[in-house]
Design a binder for this molecule. Sequence first.
Ligand SMILES: [Zn+2]
Length: 308
Amino acid sequence: MSSDLLTSLSPFLGKVCEDVVAADPVNAPMVRAWCHALGDDVDRYLGADGVVAPPAMLQAWCKRVATPAAEGQDVRAELLQVCDDAGFVSIVATDCEQRYVRRLNEGDLLRCVVTVADISPLKTTSLGEGHFITFNHDYTDQAGETVAEMTYRVLKFRASESAAPARLPRRGEQLRPAINRDNAFFWEGTQLGEFRIQKCSSCGSLRNPPGPMCPHCRSTQWGWILASGEGTVHSFTVPHYPKVEGLEMPYVVALVDLTEGVRTITNIVDVDPADVQVGMPVELQFDAVDKDLTLPRFHTVPSGTNRA
Ligand SMILES: [Zn+2]
């Protein structure tokens, strides 16, 4: 069956899945908004030498407006459908690489063309048998010169009988965080009613979410401090769709600035989503889900409360 599938997929090689010209040229407001959202140093990019786009912002310029492709013109959907029809119904993104050819400056107008670059022979992985499908993203400027490239690879697979099935939450059940060796200390803390902020042992800078290396000095030595629990809403969104098992709609997902100077993604609870505002003061609470999981979430601060 698999060689049949590879044969059915080969006509897709080299086909264009997407061809998008950026809605706006590289510009200072988008660079500023990006740096603000990611906590990056905007002065690096909006200096005396003019506007330089952060390299990692590459995909932001050509984000397609979410309009469905015309009937029979969605190459990517057709390709995935062929895999589905052959029984390879599962998909997982495996890796993404970007290569930057030159800096992007104010006024550069990007175009991104996505093509099907490679389809691997049948591979056996821990998830099951499948084919790796590589999409190439070619970014060109207004002169048609390549300025950057990106490869994005997915595994389209048939889950093996022995592979552990993905643990999906059942109705009413809490979605659970992926706990690994980099963030285990954080979740051990919430069990104790502590919000632990990782602190570099070398330069002392704080970071959240946790990671193995300090982005400032590259030290891998770290400890933590405890958050006071006070913060303000930096930004938020209220999802109404899609319905996800384990989540009650609508709910508030917020980016909260902690007084210690780092941010966290969390929920604001005990509030009508319509009443949440940017800049609103909030306070940490710990919600025990079960004996193994306690979630740090935030509630609003009653007006008149003195936080000084
Ligand atoms: Zn450091």
